[in-house]
Write a protein that binds this ligand. Structure first.
Ligand code: CS2
Length: 514
C-alpha cells in the first residue's frame, strides 16, 4: 500500500527492504505465545524489541497479541502496517531506525474485554506481559492492598461476585486486575499453566500483582478451584525494566520516513540504553530472552530498588524542579547545576544507602551512565510527561527510602523536596502559579487532591492536609517531622522559588531529628 503522492506505508511488503530488529514472529496469530496488555510506546520499544532479538537467536512461537488500554490511536495504524512499527533510536551519535515485527493480533481492552479473557484462557498463549503504568495495578497507597476505594474496582468486584451480580452474565471487568482475575478463572478450567509478567515501575511487581489478583478473587467470591489454580499453576515473576521512551510526536514519523523511506504511523522513539532483568519462573515456557539482551536473575527485587530509587525517584525530582523553573525538558532541567546537584544528593546521600545492591551490578557505573542518559537532548523527554501521574508514581518512589531514614532519626530532606515540588506543580497552594510546564502535568487524582487541600490557608497546612489524606502512605504521614519538613519546603518554594527550596533541602538532608 502506498500513501498517495508519497512514500510506501510500512507493512509486510517492505520486509527485506527495511532493517529489522531481531526476527519476525511466525505469521499465524494462532501461534502467538504472548499476550500483552498496554500497547504504549514503552512496550513497543522494550519487551517487543527484546522478544524479537530473542527469536532471532532461538526461533519460537512468541508472537505478541497486543491490547491497548482504551484508545485505537496505536492499534489502528499498527493493524494497517501488519503489526509492524519502527523504533527510532536517538543518541549523541545520531539517529537510526529499525522495524519490529512481532505483533500478531491487536485489540483494545476497553472495547473487547471478553476477547482478552478468551485469549488468557487459550492454551496457545503461554504468558502475559503488562505495561499498564503504576495506576493499573489497583494498589491502595493508603493500605498497600487492593484499592477497594476505587469506584472502577468496586464495580468490577460487585459484577464478578455471583451473589451480587444483577444478571446471569456478569458485566465485563473494566480494571486490569479484574480482567486478569476473570481471564485466569477461565484458564483454570483448562488447567494449563501460565505466567503474568509485569513490566512497570512497581516495587515487587510480580508479588504485588499476585496479591492484587488473589485479593480480587477472594473478595469477589471466586470458587476455590480458580484460587487453587492461580496459587499452583500461575507464576508472577518480578522484573526490572529500564529504557527511556518519551511520547511519540509527529516528528517521529517524519524522522523514520527520512531514515527508512517508509511511512510509519505508529513509531516509537527511545534512547540506546535498554535493560530488562527478569525472574526466571515461566511454567509454560518463554522466549530465549537472555539471548535477546535481557538478564535472567534471582535478585530482581534488588534491581527494582536500584531502578526505582536511583532512576525513577530522582527523575521525578528533576521533572518537578525543572518545570517550576520553566524548563520544558529533562535535559534542559538537568543542565541547571543546582538541579543536578539536588538530584545527585538525593541519589547518593538519601537513596543509595537504602538499597540492598545486586551482586553483579556496578552501581557507580549505572549512575554515571544515567547522568549521560538524562543529558540526551535529542530525546528531549518532557518534564510534563515525567511529572504526570505523580499520585500513582511517588508512592513507589518516596515512602520506603524516606521511612528508612526517619526510623533512624534522620531527615530525608531531598525526598521531602520531591514531594513538596510535586505538590507545588500539580496541587499548588492557593494563589501560587506553578507556570506553564507544571500546569501541563496531568494526574487522575488531581481534582480529589485539590479538594482535600481546599480549606488550607498556608502552604504548610496545605502540605499537611495532603499528606494526612494518605496520598503517599499512611505510615509516612504519621511522621510529624516529615510532614513539617514538606510544609517548610513548600513554603520556601512558593515564596522564594525552587532554587531556594533546593538549597534549603541540601542543608537539612540527613540532619538528626532531636
Ligand atoms: C520515568 C520513567 O516517567 C517516569 O516516571 O521515570 O518512565 C523512566 O523514563 C523509565 O522508567 C526509564 O526506564
Amino acid at each position: 500500500m502506498t500513501v498517495p503522492g508519497s512514500i510506501p506505508l510500512l507493512g509486510r511488503s517492505r520486509l527485506g527492504t527495511v532493517p529489522l530488529l531481531g526476527a519476525s514472529a511466525p505469521e499465524d496469530p494462532a501461534r502467538a505465545g504472548i499476550i500483552h496488555l498496554g500497547l504504549g510506546a514503552f512496550h513497543r520499544a522494550h519487551a517487543a524489541v527484546h522478544t524479537a532479538l530473542a527469536m532471532q537467536a532461538e526461533p519460537g512461537d512468541w508472537g505478541i497479541v497486543g491490547f491497548a488500554n482504551r484508545s485505537r490511536r496505536v492499534v489502528d495504524p499498527m493493524a494497517r502496517q501488519d503489526g509492524m512499527c519502527s523504533v527510532l533510536e536517538l543518541s549523541e551519535h545520531g539517529a537510526r531506525a529499525d522495524v519490529v515485527d512481532v505483533h500478531r493480533g491487536l485489540g483494545v481492552m476497553a472495547e473487547e474485554p471478553e476477547r482478552v479473557i478468551a485469549e488468557i484462557a487459550d492454551p496457545a498463549r503461554k504468558l502475559l506481559t503488562l505495561t499498564v503504568s503504576e495506576g493499573g495495578y489497583s494498589v491502595s497507597p493508603r493500605t498497600g492492598g487492593l484499592d477497594v476505594d476505587s469506584p472502577a474496582l468496586r464495580t468490577d468486584l460487585d459484577s464478578a461476585d455471583p451473589k451480587k451480580a444483577r444478571s446471569a452474565t456478569p458485566a465485563a471487568p473494566r480494571t486490569v486486575i479484574g480482567l486478569l482475575a476473570a481471564g485466569l478463572t477461565a484458564r483454570s478450567r483448562t488447567g494449563e499453566p501460565f505466567a503474568v509478567l509485569p513490566c512497570d515501575n512497581v516495587a515487587a511487581a510480580g508479588r504485588t500483582t499476585r496479591r492484587m489478583v488473589t485479593e480480587f478473587l477472594e473478595l469477589s467470591g471466586a470458587d476455590e478451584d480458580a484460587l487453587a489454580f492461580v496459587r499452583e499453576h500461575v507464576s508472577f515473576p518480578d522484573a526490572m525494566v529500564d529504557r527511556i521512551v518519551p511520547a511519540t510526536t509527529p516528528a517521529t514519523s517524519e524522522q523514520v520516513a527520512a531514515l527508512l523511506g517508509v511511512q510509519d504511523d505508529a513509531p516509537v522513539r527511545a534512547e540506546k540504553f535498554s535493560m530488562w532483568v527478569i525472574e526466571d519462573d515461566f511454567p509454560a515456557g518463554r522466549p530465549a530472552w537472555e539471548q535477546g539482551g535481557a538478564i535472567m536473575s534471582s535478585e530482581v527485587d534488588k534491581y527494582e530498588q536500584v531502578k526505582l530509587r536511583i532512576l525513577n525517584g530522582p527523575h521525578s525530582l528533576i521533572a518537578y524542579l525543572g518545570a517550576l523553573d520553566g524548563r520544558p525538558t529533562i535535559p534542559a532541567a538537568f543542565a541547571e547545576d543546582w538541579i543536578a546537584e539536588a538530584t545527585l544528593s538525593l541519589i547518593h546521600d538519601e537513596n543509595l544507602p537504602t538499597i540492598d545492591l545486586p551482586s553483579d551490578l556496578d552501581v557507580q557505573g549505572y549512575i554515571e551512565d544515567l547522568t549521560h542518559r538524562w543529558r540526551n537532548h535529542d530525546l528531549g523527554h518532557r518534564t510534563r510527561q515525567v511529572g504526570s501521574d505523580g499520585s500513582m508514581r511517588l508512592p513507589q518512589r518516596v515512602p520506603t527510602p524516606a521511612l528508612f531514614h526517619l526510623r533512624d532519626g534522620r531527615l530525608p530532606a531531598m525526598l521531602a523536596l520531591t514531594v513538596a515540588a510535586w505538590f507545588a506543580c500539580v496541587v499548588p497552594p492557593a494563589g501560587f502559579d506553578p507556570g506553564e510546564q507544571a500546569a501541563a502535568m496531568t494526574d487522575p487524582d488531581q481534582a480529589r487532591l485539590q479538594e482535600i487541600a481546599a480549606g488550607a490557608t498556608t502552604p504548610a497546612a496545605h502540605a499537611r492536609a495532603l499528606l494526612e489524606s494518605g496520598c503517599l502512605s499512611a505510615e509516612l504521614a504519621a511522621h510529624e517531622e516529615f510532614t513539617d519538613l514538606v510544609g517548610a519546603l513548600l513554603t520556601t518554594l512558593v515564596t522564594a522559588g525552587p532554587r531556594a527550596a533546593a538549597a534549603e533541602a541540601m542543608t537539612l538532608s540527613l540532619k538528626e531529628i532531636r
